[in-house]
Design a protein around this ligand. Structure first.
Ligand SMILES: Cc1ncc(COP(=O)(O)O)c(C=O)c1O
Length: 605
């Protein structure tokens, strides 16, 4: 029996398999595993029964053998020994994105999607070497179940296409445009000078003697260094440096006009870490599972973390026909429906919205706060895009400010609000800075919360230094003020122009409808997918929007995330694109989109 295994596997599977091959090099005929090139699930039974791939549709055939590195174009024997059949069930098969097969010389000979047998690889390694403690059947099932669309199979495929292009493969495009993730600097945005100058001095204090740096940069860096025992290499408190927490509290006070307590501030490695550590507090181990209300569509950090922490997602739909606004009647429907299966204890509101780009009105926020009070819910106010408001008729209102303005009893609600240095005008995603402001938490619970984050020791001090720059920026009269203000305004102005350009362009393309991008960094247009395309997607085992996004990627090089990764009303299809490509590239992207959509409609209408 012969095994053909196509393509790259990520992480453990790949290294396990490679190690196993090196250590064992068995006669090819004894290899009890199978790899089938396919876009759809093929069961082991199918493999056994069919015996040869010629009985499968041609798109499911394997095309090369990495064992002998000989291209194989003839129908390939499918491989599953009776013993192996017993070991593997359908659940061990996972569709995987397209793979590259290479001949010995490194020439590209083809590409197919593969199904790979994770369990088979682990089992083989175990048999030959040592019994592994972990296999896909005995790891934490919540880890297996969680999905994070922003970095899913489509994005993996985009990475592969980039490699194919670098190897000289001819495509109808010359570059991949990664509009899948809100990573501004990856799309060409320049860092803010002031932030990078402070960071340089904090990282390398000898530069404090240099005449190259303005005095306000030096004084910020000196203060951070003093607060962190002279070096960014020292651990800080788990909640972060006191100096930075004080500055965060002052920033919130300036923003909201209400006092903020530095003891309620927790610095974190990006907002993600703060969101996850707070969310985790609501999980229970006995009784009904905790339900968390999240918007649909939502940012998949929430759906993924909810699954990981063994909680239930209680989705409420945003109203696409009302600029993705939030209807209280829908909140009520969602909570009543969810209470039949779980104990709903929290509500997430993303404002400005990802992926929808909506900015909530103050009245809408008041309604949500009243709802949260009625239903006794902990509020997660994800406000990481608070600087990214473009619509002239909208303004950012923090949830905390509105609860304070509403007064008793609403200002007693438990609430966590998050900010990040990854978004706004900063775009410092890789430096991992953020904060959570947690108000009205029971002091005993807060003590346990602080204990729980102490196991992570602390967020990076460099990330904290970036947050310090964000909340304590140069003031009028300071040497860096002018350049800082100019750079900040230029980034936000450009984002605002791109936000309106993108919505206008999508709305002029037949079959696509896009709400105004009022804020944040994304558009989430609806696309009408014709029945014929839906049938085609079904035949490939793909959701229609996933099929659409894969076609878009393969034909144009544009990487946008299918709407199903964020959630959408059944029967509707969307995709999310960032507005982050620089204006020139964005124009190219939108032109490509138009011609793709035209040819897609021509083919499938
Ligand atoms: C709504 C929202 N919240 C939180 C995050 C987390 O960002 P980070 O962890 O980089 O701060 C993101 C990132 O895209 C986001 O869009």
């Amino acid at each position: 029996m012969q095994a053909f295994w196509l393509g790259h596997q990520r992480g453990v599977v790949q290294s396990t398999f490679r190690k196993w091959r090196l250590q064992n090099r068995p006669p090819v005929s004894t290899v009890p595993t199978v790899v089938v090139a396919s876009r759809s699930i093929v069961t082991p039974t199918q493999c056994l029964e069919s015996q040869t791939s010629s009985s499968l549709p041609s798109r499911q055939r394997s095309i090369s053998s990495p064992f002998d590195h000989q291209p194989t174009t003839a129908p390939t024997t499918l491989l599953f020994s009776p013993a192996a059949k017993k070991q593997h069930s359908v659940s061990h098969f996972h569709t995987h994105s397209c793979q590259l097969a290479q001949s010995r010389k490194g020439d590209l000979i083809g590409r197919e999607e593969v199904i790979y047998v994770r369990r088979a690889m682990a089992t083989l390694a175990a048999q030959s070497h040592v019994d592994l403690v972990l296999n896909v059947d005995n790891i934490n099932p919540n880890v297996k179940a969680m999905e994070y669309a922003v970095r899913g199979p489509l994005v993996i495929r985009a990475g592969e296409i980039e490699k194919e292009l670098a190897m000289g493969v001819k495509k109808p495009f010359t570059e991949v445009i990664k509009a899948n993730i809100g990573d501004a600097q990856a799309m060409g945005q320049k860092p803010i000078t002031f932030i990078r100058q402070v960071l340089s001095l904090v990282a390398y204090p000898d530069l404090l003697n240099s005449k190259e740096f303005p005095e306000d940069v030096k004084s910020r860096a000196r203060a951070i260094l003093e607060s962190s025992r002279g070096s960014a290499g020292c651990y800080s408190d788990s909640a972060g440096l006191e100096l930075v927490r004080n500055h965060v509290a002052q920033y919130i006070e300036r923003r909201d006009g209400f006092p903020a307590d530095p003891n309620n501030i927790v610095l974190c490695a990006g907002a993600s870490e703060g969101i996850r550590s707070t969310l985790k507090m609501l999980s229970t181990v006995s009784g009904p599972r905790t339900g968390i209300m999240i918007p649909i569509p939502q940012y998949p950090l929430y759906s993924a973390s909810i699954v990981e922490y063994n909680m239930e997602q209680a989705g409420y739909y945003l109203n696409e026909d009302n600029d993705w606004g939030l209807d209280v009647s829908e909140l009520e429907r969602a909570v009543n429906e969810a209470r039949k299966r779980c104990n709903v204890r929290g509500i997430v509101v993303i404002n400005p919205g990802n992926p929808t780009g909506q900015v909530l009105t103050r009245d809408n926020i008041v309604e949500v706060i009243k709802f949260a009070h009625r239903e006794k819910l902990f509020i997660f106010a994800d406000e990481v895009y608070q600087d990214n408001v473009y619509a002239h008729n909208r303004k950012f209102h923090s949830f905390k400010k509105v609860t304070k303005e509403m007064g008793d009893p609403y200002d007693k609600l438990e609430l966590a609000s998050f900010l990040s240095c990854s978004k706004g005008y900063m775009g410092e995603c890789g430096l991992r800075g953020g904060y959570a402001e947690i108000v009205n938490m029971d002091p005993a619970v807060k003590a346990l919360y602080l204990k729980s984050i102490s196991a992570k020791l602390c967020p990076t001090v460099l990330g904290q230094a970036v947050m310090d720059c964000v909340v304590n920026p140069p003031q009028p009269g300071e040497p860096s003020y002018e350049l800082f203000s100019k750079e900040k305004a230029a980034v936000l102005q450009s984002l605002s122009e791109r936000a309106s350009m993108i919505a206008k362009s999508f709305n002029s393309i037949p079959g696509i409808k896009c709400n105004t991008v009022q804020g944040a960094m994304y558009a989430f247009p609806e696309v009408k997918i014709p029945e014929k395309a839906i049938a085609k997607a079904k035949s490939l085992g793909q959701a229609p929007d996933v099929f659409y996004a894969f076609q878009l990627l393969e034909q144009t090089g544009m990487c946008c995330v299918p709407g199903s990764g964020f959630g959408q009303r059944p029967g509707t299809y969307h995709f999310r694109t960032t507005i982050l490509p620089q204006p020139e590239k964005l124009q190219i992207m939108l032109d490509k989109f138009r011609s793709f959509q035209e040819s897609f409609m021509k083919e499938y209408q």
